[in-house]
Ligand binder design. Structure first.
Ligand code: F3S
Length: 690
């Protein structure tokens, strides 16, 4: 439902992710950063998308979930964290909850941090991601992870930020490292001048709504293009933050003069003796800028002409629906609540932008407008500026710096039948309160205007002007197909042998069992009714594996088979048993068009190998199109993964080779994790060695 005014172009690269990356190509910015934080690489090894690597991130942040991470850490037998300078604990999610239970949890986290010498930020200091940036943990060119999905935010300041699961966080606490598979990287080119009245939020809301067919799902994004230098760091942080909702694992802006100038100002704010933001670190940054190689490889290129944008709103209840504000304003959608909270849009410039719209006005009768600064520092600055007072005088309701209503916690949630407009990042049904409420997302300016007028509205309308019409320029989407000459992959190029550890097989081979469906969810793989039973035996797990997907799965498969399924395999809830049930069925490898990110992590963390082979799915779908109704089909085809050469060969039932794919390298570090039965086993083994 985007207006026809945005010009975009998608270029598919000439090479696809799993099949044909040329290992001689240069490194993009993502690969450059991962290279710096990879450990145990063979000499001269240059990392690329698809490679599994062990990483030792600069920092790992956990928030209210620090206690579950601590319990996991202790459960692994660890006593002392490997490097307390690497770890940051913040309390931000449930900061309004003063119940005994929550107070106790917060005390537990604080005491643990004190015992271990971990940097700790108490409730009220702000949202963890904002603290990571303000305090220089996430820093240009570094790799910083957090056990939270909005770790992507760090990309706004040129850091590679990506989420990890709790097991990863515990592994980093115990050993300083975990693993990562470098995702395919998309180059998102921002061109044209952003029109007055539009903001970073409008850019990312537009990207989510315009490219709403999973174009960047599980990719890392690099933002490039002539317009990037014009975007403020606050705009970049908002955009990077919401690359999560766009489906990406990271969204990184370049390290450029705009960023350096921002750090020079930050230096004045934090003083000369800050441990991470100081003259030395900035000098080092300026002299060692990490940039992509000129011949860097990108899996995709997307372009957007910002000059054709106008303010956009996403929703209701989905970021995949984007509509220009003039269209929604015409519909006279009354609102009950408005929010300027969260790690997306509660920085100083956001608060000032909202105050500029609200000043000399009152919040509409019957509307509640909640505001919370991203951090105590931001709130102080907004108070000094006067913007905070402007909002309070207009009738806004202040909340403590923290997450709160963004995740449905504390005061001011949406009730049944209500409509809310929010400057946050997620409008999933029920996230901000009742599942029977409607939630829209917009920029701080549009949220403020809507709060003043009591309906979805543009800032111009507050000034008594009519809402500006969105541009007449036509929207175009051009998808360039991969070049025809790619039908066969040159597997000789870059197929140099890597080593295998003793105890790790040289190859993995088996018959392909084709489960032809997209979005096979974790409930289909391992039924929800067993998830919270702790005494399910391995035999029972094997018996019920894939039962909800196909009741005949058990009778049609045997030990050693290789499951091949469609796209987004393992979507849905994050239950680890989805991976362990497949292992219980004695299946060591699952190949799919793509995997949900959490399933991918849970698999390796439990020693189940996975391969993304979109070409194979297309091939099997062509070959077996006659049997679409058969949920589980034995094919007679075989898959062989040559581990040292990183080549997958598919043979049909006549033994003819029908496909060869170069895949990411499974380094010896990863093999070690698999040999030890997964990440937890590997951590235990490391602790034992020590
Ligand atoms: Fe908190 Fe919402 Fe961000 S829950 S971390 S403010 S997405």
């Amino acid at each position: 439902m985007f207006s026809i005014n945005t010009r975009i172009r998608i270029q598919r690269s000439a090479r696809t992710f799993a099949t044909s990356r040329n290992s001689l190509a240069g490194q993009n910015l993502i690969e450059k950063i991962v290279q710096k934080y990879s450990v145990g690489l063979p000499a001269n090894k240059l990392v690329h998308s698809g490679d599994y690597v062990s990483i030792s991130p600069a920092h790992v942040m956990s928030h209210d979930n620090s206690w579950p991470v601590a319990l996991k850490f202790k459960g692994l037998g660890a006593k002392k964290v490997k490097n307390n300078r690497q770890i940051v604990n913040t309390l931000d999610h449930d900061v309004q909850n003063k119940s005994e239970k929550n107070v106790e949890k917060y005390e537990n986290i604080e005491n643990f941090a004190k015992e271990q010498g971990i940097d700790f930020y108490p409730a009220g200091r702000g949202i963890g991601h904002q603290i990571m940036i303000e305090e220089g943990y996430a820093f240009p060119g570094n790799l910083t992870v957090a056990s939270d999905s909005h770790s992507n935010t760090y990309g706004g300041i040129g850091a590679l930020g990506t989420p990890v699961v709790r097991t990863d966080a515990a592994a980093i606490w115990a050993t300083g490292q975990t693993w990562w598979q470098i995702p395919p990287v998309a180059n998102v080119i921002l061109e044209g001048k952003l029109p007055k009245g539009t903001s970073g939020k409008d850019i990312i809301v537009a990207l989510c709504g315009l490219f709403n067919n999973d174009e960047v799902l599980n990719h890392a994004i690099e933002f490039t293009g002539e317009s990037v230098k014009e975007l403020s760091i606050d705009y970049r942080l908002t955009i990077a933050n919401m690359t999560t909702e766009w489906g990406a694992l990271s969204g990184v802006f370049p390290i450029d003069d705009t960023l350096i100038n921002w750090y020079n100002k930050r230096l004045l704010r934090v003083g000369p003796n800050h441990p991470r933001i100081n003259n030395q670190t900035l000098e080092k940054l300026i002299n060692n800028k990490v940039v992509a190689d000129k011949d860097a490889f990108y899996a995709k290129t997307l372009r957007i002409d910002l000059s054709t944008l106008s303010p956009y709103i996403s929703g209701p209840n989905s970021v995949k629906i984007g509509t220009s504000v003039d269209k929604l304003s015409e519909q006279d959608i009354k609102i009950n609540k408005a929010y300027l909270v969260s790690c997306t849009n509660s920085r100083l410039s956001d608060i000032k932008a909202a105050a500029d719209v609200v000043k000399d006005n009152k919040i509409a009768p019957g509307v509640e407008f909640y505001i919370a600064a991203a951090s105590s520092e931001v709130q102080k600055d907004a108070e000094l500026d006067g913007a905070w007072e402007t909002l309070i005088k207009a009738g806004c309701k202040p909340l403590p710096a923290g997450c709160g209503p963004c995740i449905g916690l504390g005061a001011g949630l949406l009730k049944e039948g209500e409509v809310g407009i929010s400057a946050t990042n997620r409008n999933f049904k029920g996230r901000m309160g009742s599942k029977d409420a409607l939630a829209y997302l917009a920029s701080p300016e549009v949220v403020a205007a809507s709060a003043v007028l009591g309906k979805i509205a543009s800032p111009e309308e507050v000034l008594g002007e009519s809402c500006k019409k969105s541009n007449e320029v036509k929207k175009t989407v051009i998808i360039n197909s991969p070049k025809n000459d790619e039908s066969s992959t040159d597997v000789s190029e870059g197929s140099s042998a890597s080593s295998t550890l003793e105890g790790f097989p040289e190859s993995i081979e088996g018959e392909i069992v084709f489960c032809d469906a997209d979005n096979v969810n974790t409930d289909g793989i391992y039924p929800g009714k067993y998830t919270y039973q702790d005494d399910v035996s391995r035999e029972k797990m094997a018996e019920v594996c894939m039962e909800n997907y196909d009741s005949e799965f058990g009778s049609k498969t045997k030990a050693g088979d290789i499951i091949v399924s469609g796209f987004n395999f393992g979507t849905g809830s994050s239950r680890e048993q989805a991976a362990t049930a497949i292992l219980a069925r004695d299946i060591k490898l699952v190949a799919a068009g793509s995997f949900s990110n959490i399933f991918g992590r849970n698999s390796i963390n439990n020693a189940l190998l996975t391969l993304e082979l979109p070409e194979l799915i297309n091939l099997l779908r062509k070959e077996f199109k006659d049997s679409e109704s058969e949920l589980t089909r034995r094919t007679g085809w075989t898959l062989k993964w040559d581990i040292p050469k990183s080549i997958v060969t598919i043979k049909n039932d006549k033994g003819e080779i029908v496909l060869t794919n170069k895949v990411g390298e499974l380094g010896t570090n990863l093999q070690e994790i698999i040999i030890e039965g997964g990440l937890e086993g590997w951590v235990r083994a490391q602790l034992k060695k020590e």
